[in-house]
Structures are given as C-alpha cells and as structure tokens.
Design a protein around this ligand. Structure first.
Ligand SMILES: Nc1ncnc2c1ncn2[C@@H]1O[C@H](COP(=O)(O)OP(=O)(O)OP(=O)(O)O)[C@@H](O)[C@H]1O
Length: 329
C-alpha cells in the first residue's frame, strides 16, 4: 500500500494477559476519512498510542508516509496531528490562545496563527467562548467547548495525517454536526484522517471507510455501504421493549415476517426484514404495541448501526444477543 499516508500491518500489543491489539492491519490514504469503531476496551486508544509513539508494539509495523514510526517515532510525529481522548490541558488559556499556541508549535507565523484561530472559531461556532478563560477543575469552559478547542488545536495547521480519538464526546448535537463537517473537510483538503468514535450513525455520514475492532481484532473493514452488507431492499424494524417486558421475538415461530438478522441490545430488538413484508411487519408491530407487549416501534432503512451491533454484540454479553441467520416462520 505505497500510496497510503498510514499503513499498519500485523500490529500486536499486550498488557499482561490482555491482547489489546491482535494482528491489526489498516491503512489510510491521503484524502480519506477512516472511522475506527469498537466497544469500550476494544483496543482503539492502544492503537492510537502506538501510532504516535506513546506505546511500543510487541509485533507489527507502522509506516507514516515514508517513515517507519516504530523505529523513528519522533520523525513520524512530524507528519501527524493528534487529538487525544483526554481533554487538552488548557487551564489558564482562552480557546483563542490555545489554538494560536498549537499553530505556532506547528510552525505557523503569528499572523497565520491568529487567522487560523478566527477561521476555526467560525467553522465550529466557538465565537462566544473564544476569549473566555479555562479555569482549573473544569471551570470557565464546558467539556464540549474544551473538546472543540482540542479539535481546533489538532487541525490548526494542515498535516498529512490527522488522528482524532473520540472528538465528539461531550459536544451538543448542533456543534457535533459542525465538527463532523470539519473532519470531512480536512479529508477533502488532502489529509488522511483516522477518527476513533462510538458514534456509528454520525460517522457513517462522512467517512470513506470503517474499521471495526472487537476484542483487539479487526472484525470488519470497508466502506459503509459494503459493511452494511444487506440487500438494498431490506428494512430495519426497531422494537422498543417494555421495562421488564417479554421479548416478543424470542420465539421465532411467532414472528410473522422473514428475519434476515436479529440483534438484541438492551431494551431494543433490531430486525432486518424484506421491504416486501413491510405491511405485515407494521401490522404485527402495531398489534404488539396496542396490546402493550412493546412500548413502540420504528420501521426504516437498514443502517450501519445494525451491522455494527451484529458484529460487536455477543450472546455472552449481558442482555444482548444476535442471530445472523435468516429465520422464517
Ligand atoms: N496501560 C494499560 N495497562 C493495562 N491494560 C491496559 C492499558 N491500556 C489499555 N489496557 C487494556 O487494553 C484493552 C484495550 O484498551 P483501550 O483503551 O485501547 O480500548 P478502547 O477501545 O480505546 O476503549 P474505550 O472506548 O473505552 O476508550 C482493555 O482491556 C484495557 O483494559
């Protein structure tokens, strides 16, 4: 993969008996936004830490541009901007000062740094907070504004590779949309972007490719359309169970539609059903709701979230199970 800005192959990292990264391979090309998905503890931050030289792999290679990042992490870091998962330590600074400082560290002139801060404040709707000081113990600025500032610091100067570790945490819905658009823009401007997120539904809108980690291993990779992997004429029936209520899909013989995939996650049951059976599905779900067997339901297009839950939700997980095979009664 010679044209990739990031090329990871066979990456393995243990913590004692925990295999946090198990033979992980992935690549990011210039201009591509790649989402890295996975449950808590799947190994995402461990991977990111190795990319930027904070952890040494036990096996495997990391190439950033032409540089071997394992042999020469300092040289590799010159091509990477990281937004870490932890909040940036900006107490005592305003977002404007923090962004300008990050720009200067990346080699921008004072004038260009000032322009970068103004442009990013506009792009992320940070204006009202731009000159408000961050105070110790979370004072002065909210967690969301601190997170946006941290993102702005990471992207203040253009870099060949951008690594963002959960950039949307704590951020309200309106600014999350601005942030995702800003991430996409960095890809469109030529950076390779690797973005760690739990937010499957929002990431799906802007990424070119996704990599799904599960217990340290890559269990799926490809474009959202490819990972969705269902036939275009499938729909998702989302049943909201009642608290402590029975799961009406637990007995497949009582389900009157073809179920191509069933995922149970907490009080939700997601059924992938053929579009041709939409009317039957709605009639059945309406009856279940009217008889108070479920709280409600929604019928809509299959999303990546369904696939993601099916890949990462296992029968042994408490309250969760999935059935991949079609069942029809
Ligand atoms: N420094 C460490 N010492 C011991 N175990 C660790 C260390 N860092 C990570 N682990 C373990 O490695 C595994 C992967 O952790 P990691 O933080 O990479 O997951 P993650 O996917 O980033 O999770 P989250 O979404 O919760 O941030 C977990 O089992 C974690 O407990």
């Amino acid at each position: 993969m010679t044209d990739a800005i990031l090329h990871v192959a066979g990456l393995t990292r243990r913590f004692g008996s925990v295999l946090a990264n198990d033979d992980v391979s992935l690549h990011v090309r210039p201009g591509d936004v790649v989402g890295l998905l996975g449950h808590n503890g799947a190994g995402k931050t461990t991977l990111v830490s190795q990319l930027v030289g904070l952890l040494r792999p036990h096996a495997g290679t990391i190439q950033i541009g032409e540089t071997d990042a394992v042999a020469d992490p300092a040289a590799a870091r010159r091509h990477v901007a990281l937004q870490p998962q932890a909040q940036a330590p900006i107490d005592g600074l305003t977002p404007r000062q923090a962004i300008e400082l990050a720009s200067r560290i990346r080699g921008l002139t004072a004038r260009d740094s000032r322009a970068a801060a103004t442009r990013l404040a506009d792009e992320l709707d940070l204006g009202p907070w731009l000159d408000r000081r961050a105070l110790p113990e979370g004072g002065g600025l909210s967690g969301g504004i601190r997170r946006l500032t941290s993102f702005a610091m990471a992207v203040a100067a253009p870099m060949p590779l951008l690594v963002l570790d959960e950039p949307t945490n704590d951020i309200d819905a309106a600014r999350r949309r601005l942030l995702w658009d800003a991430v996409r823009r960095r890809g469109d401007e030529g950076s390779g972007v690797l973005v760690v997120t739990h937010n499957v539904a929002e990431a799906e809108r802007i990424v070119d490719d996704l990599v799904v980690l599960h217990h340290g291993r890559v269990v799926a990779a490809g474009s959202p359309a490819r990972l969705r992997g269902t036939q275009d004429n499938d729909l998702r029936l989302d049943l909201q169970l009642q608290p402590d209520g029975q799961d009406p899909t637990a007995q497949p013989q009582t389900v009157p539609v073809t179920v191509r995939r069933r995922v149970r996650a907490g009080r939700r049951v997601l059924l992938t059903v053929p579009t041709a059976q939409a009317a039957t599905a709605v009639t059945w779900a309406t009856t279940l709701r009217d008889q108070e067997h479920i709280d409600g339901f929604a019928l809509g297009p299959v999303t990546l979230e369904d696939t993601y839950l099916a890949l990462t939700t296992q029968p042994r997980d408490t309250g969760s199970e999935h059935i991949q095979e079609a069942s029809h009664v």
